[in-house]
Design a protein around this ligand. Sequence first.
Ligand code: G6P
Length: 602
Amino acid sequence: MCGIVGYIGHRKAFPVLIKGLHRLEYRGYDSAGVAMISPAGQLNVYKAKGKVAELEHATIGKDVEGTIGIAHTRWATHGEPSERNAHPHYSQSKQLAMVHNGIIENYESIRQRLQAEGYHFVSDTDTEVLVQLIEYVKTTTGLSLLKAVEKALQQVTGAYSIAVLDKETPNQIIAARKGSPLVIGVGKDDFFLASDATPIVEYTQDVIYVGDEEVVDLTLGQQPHIYRLDGSELAYEIKHLVMTIDELEKGGFEHYMLKEIFEQPNTIRASLQEPMQPHIAPFCKAKRIIICACGTSWHAGLIAKYAIEQIARIPCEVDYSSEFRYRNPVLSSEDILIAISQSGETADTLAAIELAHRYGTFVFSICNVVGSSIPRASNDTYYTHVGPEIGVASTKAFTAQVMALTLLALEIGRVKQTITEERYRHLMNEYRLLPDKIEVVLQQNDRIREYAGNLKEAVSALYLGHGYNFPIALEGALKLKEISYIHAEGYPSAEMKHGPIALISSEMPVVAIAPQCDTYEKVVSNIRVVKARQGRIISVVTEGDTQVSEESEFTMTIPPSDECLSPILAVVPLQLLAYHVAVARGCNVDQPRNLAKSVTVE
Ligand code: G6P
C-alpha cells in the first residue's frame, strides 16, 4: 500500500499535503515526496527516504510556495526504498510529475518501447514508466493532459490510483483509479484528493468515491468532471461524510486494533529493513539463552524457543518476568537474557533485567518504544519500529517481535553454521514473501466478520496448536479473552486429551491451528477426537487443505510457508476473529476493561 494526497485551490498546498501524508502514513512509510507548482510556474519535486517527518526536514528552506500540489508516502513494491525511487516522479522533460499507488504489471514492455524512443529512466519504478508514457502520448499526439492520461491508461494493465501535475496547466490536477482507492474532496472553491478520506474531512465532508477505470479532471473554477477511459463523461454522486477527529486518527478504521492488524504487511516490511547481524556477536558465545517477557510478548518468546533451539542450537528457556524475578534463577555471565517488551516499561521485565545484571548476564532487549526504560537498562537493543501501538491488545508489535526473534535465530545459525547456507537463503526468501502473504490473509476480513456473530454467545473456547503454533494457540486465546471477555485457553493439540477434552461439547468452540507441517497428521487425529465428541471446530489451515477443513464449521486459510514462519501468518486470522467477536459483543475493543497497554507496576 502507498498513500497519495493532492490539493488545488486557494490555500497554501504544502501544509495540507504534509498533514494528509501523516494521516496516510499507516499505508507505508519508507519514503515520501511532494510536487508543487510554484506561483512562478516552477514544478518543484522534493523527496526523502524514510517517514514524512524526513520529508518535512528535507524541505526546510526550499521553495514550497504554491496552491497546487500532489504528495505520496510509499511502501516499496518496484525498486528499493530510496530517494531515487520515491514519488512523485518527473517525466523526461520534467513538465509532468505523478504519484501512484498500485502496480503497473506490464511496465517492463512499456519501458523498453519508450527506451527505444529515446526515453531515459532514473528510477526502478513502474510509476516512472507510466508518467513517461503519458508524456510520450501527449507530445506525440498533441492531446491535452486529460486525453493523454486516458490514452496512456488504455495501454496499462495492473492497479493504479494516480494524480498528475502538468506545469503547462497550473490550475488542473488529473487523477485516475483502477483497483487502488481514490477519494475526491469537493470544497467551496477548492479540491482535495487522497487514498482515503482522512486527509480530506477536516476541510470538507463532501466527497466523491472514484470508480474503477475512471479519470477525474479537477480544474479550478469548474465542477469536477469524471470520464471513462474511452473519454465518455460519467455522472457522479457527492456523498456527505460524518467523521470525528478520533475516527480520523484511526485512518478510517473503526478501531485502532483493526488499523494495527491491517498495518502488519507494512510493519513486517519495515522489520525486514532493520538488520539483525550487528546484534549477534554475543550470542555466538552464549551457552544458554533465557527469555523474559509478559503477556503477548511472552508468547513471542515461546515461539523464539523453537527457533533458537532448532535453528541456532542454543539451549533456550522462556520465563514470565514475574516468575523469573522471584525464583532465584541460576544465572551466569555465559548466559544471555533476552527481554521482550512492546512498551519498554513493563515493571516485571525491568526487574528481571536488573536481576540478570547482578550475575553479569548480558541483556539484549527487543522493544518497540525508542528510549524507554527497558532498552536503557539493556546492553543492546533491537527496535521493532512498528510505530505507536494504541490498541491495548497487542497485534503488530507481536508479529514484529516474532520476526525479530526468528531472524536472530537465523543469523546465529548462519554464523555458527548450524544451518546450511541454502536453508538460510531459503528462509530469508520466505521472510521477503511474508508481507504479501499477510495481505492475502487480510482479504478474509469480511468472511471472518460475518462468521464472528456465531461465536458471540460462547462462554468458553479452546485453542489448539502444535510446535511453532502452540504459542499461537495461547496468543489466539489471549486475544479473544482480553477483548471479548469470553474465557479461552490455549493448549498443545496432543495435550488436550489430558484434561480439556472433558470440556468438549457442541457448545464449545475449538479453534484448531493446523497449517501444513511435519506433524500435520497427528494434529488432524487430535481434531478428529474433538469432532467425535461433537466439538465445534474452527480452523486455521494452509490454503488447499482438505482434511481439517472437512471437519470444520469455519475455516480460515494462510498461504503455504516454512513452518518456522507460519506463526506470523496464523496469528493474523485469529486477531481478526477475536476483534470481530468482541465487536459483535459490543465490547470496547481498544480499551478493554481492567487492562492497560503498559503495566509499570508489579
Ligand atoms: C500488558 C498489555 C499486553 C502486553 C503486556 C506486556 O498486559 O495489555 O498487551 O502484551 O502488557 O507488555 P510489553 O509492553 O512489555 O510487551
